[in-house]
Design a protein around this ligand. Structure first.
Ligand SMILES: [Zn+2]
Length: 486
């Protein structure tokens, strides 16, 4: 892939879910789950004569993000009309911001630092816009391509969105995913976006290969799917390049079910949108005092938190970075440590077991932390530290707790997981194993490494409950007896 000169830029649309009302009217912003077209008013339905009034809290939120992404902030807020016809847009224009003649976005020229292959990389942010979300198009009998008819729900129309646009600095699907993960963590730490809500974060990805035409993939809904969609495009475009076929400049749709991109339309050019400043919304001055005030109140951000985790808890770079990649995961870790100390053990369990299983089972972290609560995890750590269970068993218990939503103690007793550290009990099992494996015993008498096989057999017989160190010690003792050496 490296010689293809891959250039990827991302446009992330994120709803400011912490707001109480929409961007230009007083309709509630929690539109999810409401009957269609009940969360609306003349403003967000775009009825003639209705006048928008800007939600000042949305501006404050945009300024917080701008500061967190180290952007230059505009001293004036200008809203622009972006014209296009689409059924989800009742005014036939979207109130947005434009970086061009007569207009300016709220912030530009920032950056995000992402972790790439063990190093750090600065990805430039071109601009941040505030804009309104369109309504939602529903395909009741299939997808965009297969549904027999289309329904429109304007409950979402007018929700405050931030459009965060990167420069094409990303060089692989993996980097694109790291960028979104980092941005998401920043938005979560700012307390502005609950990214687990359906549709709260949508991504358009631009990709070009070997200096060819730029293809845009629209409306991808997760970081994982951004990685998948871009990988698909790289394969599609490089095949086209090989056969001498021309890659068209176009917009494509990511079909998350079939895991392919399909052509949507030939890309519009900027001039098609007929941008002009919205006469209903006069420019608002953004004072230095307001920026200063917001800056002073910024909460701890991911980079600062990673540093603190390393310093305060003695975690490795890797553990700290993975924990902070999701705010809820980092919060969970800190809560556990507050409860029972042992930051290194807990950090390892949270990253290598808890997070791994949560991903594998496709559970939301916020739900999983309510199943394996800090109290429950601390009970496991207690049992581990007191040799009631061993680490192998602990690793087996975690997915069971998550899967069956059962108490840790119940699982330990029901499954008879208690560590066997009783020498007499262990010796009986070891004797059996030695009798059943004469060849392995012979090997072990010559080659100390072969002892591991016998330990493994004891583990198998006890379903992992044997204390590994003690088993090892007892087997060696037994072998010495057999060989007659003192
Ligand atoms: Zn409204």
């Amino acid at each position: 892939m490296s010689n293809l000169d891959i250039k990827i830029g991302l446009e992330v649309h994120t709803q400011i879910t912490s707001l109480k009302t929409k961007l230009f009217c007083s309709c509630p912003s929690d539109y999810r789950g409401k009957p269609p077209n009940t969360n609306v008013c003349p403003v967000c339905l775009g009825l003639p004569g209705a006048l928008p009034v800007v939600n000042i809290e949305a501006i404050r939120a945009a300024l917080m993000v701008a500061l967190a992404l180290k952007c230059e902030i505009s001293d004036v807020l200008v809203f622009t009309r972006k014209h296009y016809f689409y059924p989800d847009l009742p005014k036939n224009y979207q109130i947005s911001q434009y970086d061009g003649p007569g207009s300016i976005p709220i912030a530009k020229n920032g950056y995000i630092v992402i972790g790439v292959d063990g190093g750090l990389k600065k990805v430039r942010i071109r601009r941040i816009n505030i804009e309104e979300d369109p309504g939602k198009i529903v395909y009741p009998t299939g997808s965009l391509l297969t549904s027999k008819y289309t329904l429109i729900d304007y409950n979402r129309s007018g929700i405050a969105l931030l459009e965060i646009v990167s420069e094409p600095d990303l060089r692989s699907p993996k980097e694109a995913r790291a960028f979104i993960d980092k941005l998401r963590s920043i938005l979560e730490h700012l307390g502005l976006v609950n990214t687990e809500l359906e549709g709260a974060l949508r991504v358009d990805a631009n990709i070009s290969l070997a200096g060819g035409s730029r293809v845009e993939i629209k409306n991808i809904s997760s970081a994982k799917d951004v990685e998948r969609a871009l990988t698909y495009e790289i394969i599609r475009q490089s095949k086209a390049l090989e056969t001498g076929e021309k890659v068209r400049r176009e917009t494509r749709h990511w079909d998350a079910i079939r895991k392919v991109t399909v052509p949507l339309r030939v890309k519009e050019f900027e001039e098609d949108y007929r941008y002009f400043p919205d006469p209903d919304l006069p420019p608002v001055k953004i004072s230095l005092k307001l920026i200063e005030e917001i800056y002073q109140k910024l909460p701890e951000l991911p980079d600062q938190r990673i540093e603190r985790f390393i310093k305060t808890y003695g975690l490795s770079d890797y553990l700290a970075t993975v924990l902070v990649s999701e705010k809820v995961l980092a919060d969970y870790f800190e809560e556990c440590v507050k409860y029972c100390g042992n930051p290194e053990i807990i950090g390892n369990i949270v990253v290598n077991d808890f997070k791994r299983w949560v991903d594998e089972m496709d559970i939301e972290v916020s739900k999983a932390v309510k199943i394996l609560t800090p109290n429950q995890l601390c009970q496991l750590v207690y049992m581990l530290n007191n040799n009631i269970i061993n680490i192998k068993i602990l690793k087996e218990i975690i997915p069971k707790v998550l899967k069956y939503n059962k108490d840790v103690n119940t699982i330990v007793y029901e499954e008879n997981y208690i560590d066997i550290s009783n020498e007499e009990v262990l010796m009986r099992i070891i004797d059996e194993v030695i009798k059943e494996n004469p060849k392995a015993v012979k090997d072990a008498l010559i080659n100390p490494k072969a002892v591991n096989y016998l330990v493994g057999q004891v583990m198998k017989k006890t379903r992992g409950r044997a204390n590994p160190e003690l088993t090892n010690k007892l087997i060696i003792k037994k072998l010495k007896e057999l060989s007659g050496t003192p």
